[in-house]
Design a protein around this ligand. Sequence first.
Ligand SMILES: C[S@@+](CC[C@H](N)C(=O)[O-])C[C@H]1O[C@@H](n2cnc3c(N)ncnc32)[C@H](O)[C@@H]1O
Length: 259
Amino acid sequence: MTQQVKFGDCRKLIKSLDDESVNLVVTSPPYNIGKKYGEYKDSVTLEEWKELISDITSEVARVLTPNGSFFLNVSPVPDKKTKEIIPLDSVAYFIAKEHGFYLRNAIVWNFNNMQNPSQRLSGRWESIQWFVKDIDNYVFNLDDIRVPYITKNDKRLDPNGGRNPTDVWYFDRVNNMTKKKLNISEFPCIYPTPMIERIVKMSSSKGDVVLDPFLGSGTTLIACENLDRNGIGFELDRGFEKVIKQRLSNETKIQSKLL
Ligand SMILES: C[S@@+](CC[C@H](N)C(=O)[O-])C[C@H]1O[C@@H](n2cnc3c(N)ncnc32)[C@H](O)[C@@H]1O
């Protein structure tokens, strides 16, 4: 399989992709909370954030195949001035509707190991919205993502089966010890690879094309290489080239062909 990375603004880079040439888009845009991502200064206003999401969503709608899916991961974030929590998933939902998408599932990604504020409850979830272009025609490989039954000893259960993983997913965040081991300590916001592998298995087939317009440290391409999909990633910050290459050679089953 080939994994391609292009550096620059995804809103421009995506214009080079043909209509209906991508089977699956999975991404996590910047969350507007002042995280340090190297070149990208994540301190835009909510209006600017909405414009970014709207611009990319419009192009995602164009490049996706008619049965394609768009997975958008965002988090509820505190407003920098008022400290009110802004439900970015709700904001993104209405933008996706404007571009013709249907919400197929609103997945809750639950995790531990995050900050514990003293003035409100500790945040322990992010949202992954699964959008489809056609509510009657989309890829859903349920058998590829089944999880072990809770009641393992029930003889009526098919030993090769497993249950639907539901719309509440627990995946540990990538903690500092793992980052140190993988030599990627400088990067703040890395997807857990098994979570992206679940999405790639669930909503694409071998040989398909998967796009991540906000690639970051390259997790989506690692999932693609391990699962025999062709990946395309766009990233604003060229400073991440080294970490993406390093992860692709250290964390994939074979030495990947990076274009
Ligand atoms: C939340 S991080 C993605 C993390 C990624 N899921 C991972 O596992 O490493 C968002 C990324 O989007 C990048 N970015 C921000 N604006 C961008 C734009 N207009 N075009 C391309 N990348 C952008 C940032 O530099 C940052 O690396």
